[in-house]
Design a protein around this ligand. Structure first.
Ligand code: DAH
Length: 359
């Protein structure tokens, strides 16, 4: 055969260069895929591409070929060399990756600090409020955010033509009942839970109900179209306005600090009689006209409250001659803003970590 070359180990077998190249290639690739450890990879490297490796010798042997064959077989041998070297790099990477994370970890490096999550400031405030009432024997309940008109308004002594409905402009669901009434809405306050709880429980009742509420509001520094409230209610025989005052005073002391003074003023809500609003004295200043929390008034209004209206008790199936109760409702964002001196309610809902990570 004209295109022949001695095998590198000189065993005398005469193979065509093409066959020789193909044989070395097959053996090299098979041995490579069988190599599974760094040691066997090193052995493979010595055997095939080391200084006297088979591929290396093959390349060297090209020099002893007749001149007219050298170019062609030189190129073929070079291609083989490149191919097995590339295959080696790839296999080496695979073996490294398969050796698992233990091999990949530099144990002398300091650990990476995991990012620590935290509760949203509103969730924290809700919990603080429910814990303060919990310590006074109030149970926490939750209720539906999609509410029937009947509970949101009628049960709360706000009949269809009552002007108070206007204060609660809200989102109605696009659903009409058999009578053609649209009677489902996103609740405007947590007060409907007063009726739901009275209907499903026997006195004595002591509950707090945190939850989201919705109103059709133009958003500004102190208004959002959705916000959180906590409703408070106690109903039993013999509950008086003194219980209301004592409970709310204790709540303000726990949430705003032991020094707080409390101010009750008359206010009107259709579902209580008498109705009040409650303020605590400003914890930030002593009547400083430039105080950005109380704006110089010295007082911070935090909630509406009152004695549960006899009509609300009657509608829930309770005898108002026998049972009395008090109720209160507060805006959680307002409590959080006052506690932390936050000047814009929108900060809570724009998901800016620079704000949120301060709490
Ligand atoms: N539901 C009222 C509102 O959203 C707040 C309120 C006032 C709740 C007085 C009460 C209450 O339980 O007694 O404006």
């Amino acid at each position: 055969m004209s295109d022949s070359v001695n095998t590198p180990n000189g065993d005398g077998a005469e193979l065509s260069v093409e066959d020789r190249i193909a044989a070395v290639r097959d053996a090299a690739l098979a041995a490579l895929s069988a190599a599974e450890t760094p040691d066997s990879l090193q052995e493979w490297r010595n055997r095939y591409i080391g200084r006297s490796g088979e591929v290396t010798l093959l390349l060297r042997g090209v020099g002893s070929l007749p001149a007219e064959q050298r170019a062609e077989f030189g190129q073929a041998a070079n291609r083989l060399k490149n191919e097995v070297e590339a295959a080696f790099d790839q296999r080496e990477a695979e073996v490294k990756a398969a050796s698992g994370p233990v091999g990949a970890i530099d144990v002398s490096l300091p650990g990476r600090k995991p990012t620590e999550g935290r509760l949203h400031p509103i969730t924290q405030t809700v919990r603080e409020i429910t814990v303060a009432f919990g310590a006074m024997g109030f149970q926490t309940f939750e209720g539906p955010e999609v509410e029937l008109e009947r509970y949101n308004f009628d049960a709360m002594n706000i009949p269809f033509d009552h002007p108070a409905r206007e204060m609660f402009d809200t989102f109605w669901l696009d659903r009409v009942d058999e009578e053609g009434d649209r009677n489902i809405l996103l609740r405007t306050h947590t007060s409907p839970m007063q009726a739901r709880i009275m209907e499903s429980h026997e006195p004595p009742i002591r509950v707090v109900v945190p939850g989201r509420c919705y109103r059709y509001e133009a958003t500004d520094a102190s208004h959002e179209w959705h916000f959180n409230q906590v409703e408070v209610m106690a109903v039993d025989e013999g509950i008086t306005f003194a219980d209301l005052k004592g409970t709310l005073y204790e709540f303000a002391r726990r949430v705003f600090g032991p020094e707080r003074k409390v101010r009750f003023r008359c206010d009107f809500f259709p579902f209580v009689e008498p109705g009040v609003d409650l303020a605590v004295d400003c914890f930030n200043c002593e009547g400083d006209p430039a105080c950005r929390i109380c704006r110089g008034s010295g007082w911070l209004e935090i909630l509406g409250a009152g004695m549960v209206h006899p009509e609300v008790l009657r509608r829930a199936g309770y005898d108002p001659e026998r049972y009395t109760g008090f109720a209160a409702g507060m805006g959680v964002e307002r409590v959080a803003m006052l506690k932390h001196g936050i000047d814009d309610i929108r900060h809570f809902y724009i998901n800016d970590l620079r704000f949120l990570s301060q709490f």
